[in-house]
Write a protein that binds this ligand. Structure first.
Ligand SMILES: [Fe+2]
Length: 293
């Protein structure tokens, strides 16, 4: 396995201040001003997990994947080259902004941008949430990303054959009665999270369906639900429990237009002893869709 975890995400927005408020008051992360008018959201011992930068439109600019060391970094780059996928080295200013030894970018078959990096640089300063939130990230990465694709077969084949991910499970999800279900493929890297990445047969102008962050108790999920209400954030899926990763969570619209899943109790898997499965419903209970608008 080459990729270890979802190390960070880069979010583009015309309005950083929306993310500063949302990141601190709703998510419970610490906001730190970065160079060149950027904003970091810190949620653990890393200097940041969310990098927010100015952009003409709201979007998930890139998903940042980590590898263990320079050797693995070069192996991933070579695998992409062998597959005929172009990679581009980050500039020195971009590398410093991401606080890594090195990174390159590439686009997946869905046309979405990803970054691969090694050697995060951190001061290991203690994470102090402005509202006392504790996130679950250690050895698991920041959470997961669920991304849209118009060609799910080619996209999943790329992530398994070239990037070394494994399929965790497949969901046939009915969005509306009378409409054929869409497929959602859940994928895992080396981290024990049941999925760090998933692709759904959807389109989304933001380049993202949702990101997920995990907190340490169901009370923290409940308190977040209170903050969603207090801050006028749009709830999209009610509290529920997923069948695949056992996460108790809810979903809301972020300032970026895509959703954030906020959950607890995600299962941690031993990949040497795991069996892939297919499900016809996403949740044991709850997760009622309230509309995206
Ligand atoms: Fe999710």
């Amino acid at each position: 396995m080459k990729i270890t975890e979802l190390g960070y995400v880069v979010i583009g927005t015309p309005d950083l201040e929306k993310w500063r408020h949302y990141g601190t008051a709703v998510l419970g992360m610490a906001a730190i001003d970065g160079p060149g008018g950027t904003l970091y959201l810190k949620m653990d011992g890393r200097d940041f997990r969310f990098l927010i930068q100015k952009s003409a439109k709201d979007e998930l600019y890139a998903s940042g994947w980590s590898v263990d060391d320079e050797h693995s970094f070069e192996k991933v780059r070579a695998a992409l080259k062998d597959a005929g996928i172009k990679t581009k080295n980050g500039t020195e200013a971009e590398r410093k902004l991401r606080k890594v030894q090195a990174f390159f970018t590439f686009k997946d078959p869905a046309g979405l941008r990803h970054e691969v990096s090694w050697g995060p640089i951190a001061s290991f300063s203690k994470f102090v949430s402005p509202i006392g939130t504790k996130f679950v990230t250690e050895n698991l990465g920041l959470g997961h990303a669920v991304l849209p694709t118009s060609d799910i077969d080619a996209t999943v084949k790329f992530w398994t054959d070239v990037m070394g991910f494994g399929v965790s499970d497949l969901l046939h999800l009915s969005l509306m009665e009378g409409v054929p279900p869409i497929r959602v493929y859940f994928l895992h890297c080396a981290a024990g999270r049941q999925h760090s990445l998933a692709y759904a047969e959807l389109s989304d102008p933001t380049g993202c369906n949702h990101l997920m962050v995990e907190v340490d108790s169901v009370d923290e999920v409940g308190r977040a639900l209170d903050r969603v209400d207090q801050n006028g954030v749009k709830l999209t899926l009610t509290l529920g429990r997923h069948v695949n990763d056992d996460m108790i969570s809810f979903y809301m619209i972020t300032p970026g237009g895509f959703q954030m899943e906020y959950g607890t109790g995600g299962s941690v898997k031993d990949w040497s002893n795991y069996k892939v499965f297919e499900s016809t419903r996403g949740s044991h209970w709850g997760h009622k869709f309230l509309g995206a608008g």
